[in-house]
Design a protein around this ligand. Structure first.
Ligand SMILES: [Zn+2]
Length: 278
């Protein structure tokens, strides 16, 4: 299968213990061309110090290289995964854990400056209820990451609680406080919050389920599509298959969606948000 336009999945994970290369080959075979590969915690590298983050990010960069060899144009985003703060405070006081998470941000920003990654992600705050002190520590770490993103002129890819206009506004204010433009704040695992009053200027990366895709395209063209593919052999059905975005493209074409909109989603949007050339 091939398309006349690029086909980008804006948020996937690949794991050394997963199907990685084989999964990417499936994506390419289905017509996919571009991937934004997001860092995630790997069981191979437990993080106890800031330097451990560098070792873990190296795995993501290695996965990205493998994905390129498998035929997909692949970009990496790296950063300390928000839930890792909870893991760290099982072993140390909160203030030390915060320093380690910030150290992870520094190391991620270095990779962006060197050109090995195109953004900081996924960073943010736990998607479930946590004690107030953990939530405010998470916001402090996120604001620090946002300030580094401003310095590097790169986006942040946010992992957080379910996106609502209120939570988007809250994240937007955090970005405002450090001077990072709201258009550089990408909300991953987002619903179809396409209208400005819904996303408050943040950039939505919409989960490519059939219903969300339909809703998103009925509202506009300022968004990315993603599967959040986890490459987890033990939970193969936990998220969308890696072939989903190409499949949706075919369905949209069959429904008569204008190709110019598909060019916008897959090429112009990532070029604008990330400053890359698709
Ligand atoms: Zn993810």
């Amino acid at each position: 299968m091939s398309f006349t336009f690029p086909v980008l999945d804006h948020h996937v994970h690949l794991q050394p213990s997963g199907r990685n290369v084989e999964a990417v080959k499936e994506f390419v075979k289905a017509g996919g061309t571009h991937l934004v590969l997001s860092h995630m915690p790997y069981s191979e590298v437990p993080v106890r110090t800031a330097d451990d983050f560098s070792k873990a990010f190296d795995i993501t960069l290695r996965m990205a290289e493998k994905a390129r060899e498998a035929g997909a144009r692949t970009y990496a985003v790296v950063g300390p995964y928000p839930v890792q703060l909870l893991e760290l405070i099982e072993h140390m006081p909160l203030d030390r854990a915060v320093e380690i998470m910030k150290g992870g941000m520094d190391r991620a920003a270095k990779l962006v400056r060197e050109g090995s990654a195109i953004g900081l992600g996924e960073i943010g705050r736990p998607h479930f209820l946590v004690p107030d002190e953990v939530l405010s520590a998470s916001n402090e770490i996120l604001a620090y990451g946002m300030s580094l993103a401003k310095e590097c002129s790169c986006p942040v890819v946010i992992h957080a609680e379910t996106a609502t206009p209120e939570s988007m506004e809250d994240l937007g204010r955090l970005a405002d406080s450090v001077g990072l433009p709201r258009g550089k704040v990408v909300k991953h695992y987002c619903g179809a919050l396409i209208a400005p009053e819904e996303n408050r200027g943040l950039f939505p990366s919409v989960l490519a389920s059939r219903t969300l895709v339909q809703e998103a395209f009925s509202k506009g063209d300022r968004f990315f599509l993603e599967t959040d593919f986890m490459d987890d052999l033990e939970r193969p059905g936990a998220v969308l298959a890696i072939t989903t975005v190409p499949k949706r493209m075919r369905q949209l074409l069959e429904k008569g969606v204008n190709e110019s909109v598909l060019w916008k989603i897959n090429k112009e949007n990532p070029e604008k948000v990330y400053g890359i050339e698709i």
